[in-house]
Design a protein around this ligand. Structure first.
Ligand SMILES: [Zn+2]
Length: 266
């Protein structure tokens, strides 16, 4: 597309950053599932209403002007603001975490429509049921899948025999489940409980973010979360900054729901 040509895109704002003299660098996941960075030149001069269209976690319709460098945003219109989601600290923390993962996996100029559908669906699911802890786990597993990093859950990654119930462990670096008879040298291998295996297979077979709820007790949640966090970190090769914020908010909520017995009645 030659410089100066105008074009439109729809997408979800993943993040925006103030740059220099009041410009705003906006990163989006567009409807084709690719990442796009665009500049709102002089964004501080825009009215606050227009600025609101470029807030993170907003589905927007943008008009852009092609340049030799980074494309410029000439018009912005929000299509879905996720106002209910943003009114909840817990839901916002989860949504920022999902956004950071998507920002990590998405490629500029690399379409991945299933990733867009997965992300938008997960944002809506977080908005509709912020207390459903399975939404983030389901999203992590299926984000790995749509990016070609799905862990093997049905056959041993070493000997390729079918994994039998109760006879399984897990290795992030080897790419999934291992039977108890295999221990390739040098591989980090973690235990994997039967219930964790069942939950992972359930997420794999029911990828829709609004799939029926799965009740996950806290200990099982921690086991699966630790495993999927490890897989996400391994493939992105970095820590996820917003994970700490999400865990802090989750922890605060857990303390509210289950106060330390030693402090009760004080
Ligand atoms: Zn094996």
């Amino acid at each position: 597309m030659p410089p100066g040509r105008l074009y439109r895109v729809q997408g979800v704002v993943l993040k925006s950053a103030q740059m220099g003299e009041g410009d705003l660098l906006v990163t989006l996941l567009t409807r084709d599932g690719s990442k796009l960075r665009a500049m709102a030149w002089g964004a501080r001069k825009l009215t606050s209403r227009k600025m609101g269209h470029l807030e993170p976690l907003t589905l927007v319709d943008l008009a852009l002007s092609k340049t030799r460098g980074i494309d410029g945003i000439t018009q912005a219109q929000s299509l879905e603001t996720f106002a209910v989601l943003k009114s909840s600290l817990e839901a916002t923390a989860k949504a920022f975490y999902l956004s950071e993962l998507v920002d990590g996996f998405a490629l500029e100029g690399g379409p991945n429509p299933p990733m867009y559908d997965l992300f938008l669906g997960a944002l809506r699911a977080v908005q509709d049921s912020a207390d459903d802890s399975a939404v983030v786990l389901r999203f992590q597993l299926n984000l790995l899948q749509v990016n070609g990093f799905m862990p093997e859950l049905y056959r041993c990654v070493d000997c390729r025999r079918r994994i039998l119930p109760g006879d399984h462990r897990f290795s992030v670096s080897l790419g999934g489940a291992l039977c108890s008879g295999c221990a390739p040298p040098g591989a980090a291998i973690a235990p994997l409980s039967l219930n964790a295996m069942k939950a992972l297979r359930h997420f794999h077979r029911n990828p829709a973010p609004d799939a029926p709820r799965l009740r996950i007790p806290p200990a099982l949640y921690e086991e699966i979360k630790s495993l999927l966090d490890g897989a996400v970190r391994y493939w992105l090769d970095r820590d996820i900054r917003s994970a700490k914020f999400m865990e802090h908010v989750d922890g605060r909520k857990a303390k509210t729901l289950h106060p330390n017995p030693s402090t009760q009645g004080v």
